[in-house]
Ligand binder design. Structure first.
Ligand SMILES: [Fe+2]
Ligand SMILES: [Fe+2]
Length: 182
């Protein structure tokens, strides 16, 4: 699940175009920022504490929260900027570099460690993270829907429409059958 979140946000960064209309840049960046904030909070509340409890000597965990905080600083900076502002693209690239560096560390060090020391608990932890994700998404539904619609203009691109459905499903983790019933 963590890897899937990483893949979604990395793919979203790859959709960023410097020459895109400002409204589309802002929508995509806001979508990325919301996804990062929710993902970081899930890790800090559930994943990192579980990993630390299972492997207290793992110093690799220690730099995770400071790296999240560096991303939060870049997110806060972006939220003060208009996409037309000089430096906006550079700040997006700074955030992308921070995310790529952090994701690489997690996927090469922390996740293999978790598979080793938390093997029996991974399913339970995943369920806890899904439940918490629903709570966090429920707290900001309009923001996520509006920005996702701007980031993935479904009226123009049918494939982007599918991407929107996939991204929202990734945010909410609601099984397709339940989504259809709602
Ligand atoms: Fe992560
Ligand atoms: Fe992380």
């Amino acid at each position: 699940m963590i890897k899937l979140d990483h893949a979604h946000v990395t793919a979203a960064f790859h959709r960023y175009r410097i020459d895109a209309p400002h409204w589309r840049k802002a929508a995509l960046v806001n979508t990325i920022c919301a996804a990062l904030e929710i993902h970081a909070q899930l890790e800090e509340e559930i994943f990192y504490p579980a990993l630390r409890a299972a492997k207290p000597t793992a110093i690799a965990i220690d730099k995770s929260v400071p790296e999240h905080n560096a991303m939060r600083d870049s997110i806060a900076k972006l939220r003060t900027m208009d996409p037309s502002t000089p430096g906006y693209d550079d700040t997006v690239m700074d955030l992308m570099r921070e995310v790529i560096h952090h994701v690489a560390d997690e996927e090469t060090i922390l996740l293999p460690m978790a598979e080793d020391v938390l093997a029996r608990d991974l399913r339970t932890l995943g369920a806890q993270m899904n439940t918490r994700r629903l709570q966090l998404v429920a707290g900001r539904p309009v923001e996520i829907a509006v920005n996702s619609a701007g980031a993935f203009p479904i009226l123009k691109f049918s494939l982007a429409g599918l991407a929107l459905v996939g991204l929202l499903a990734a945010f909410s983790r609601i099984p397709p059958a339940q989504r259809g019933a709602r």
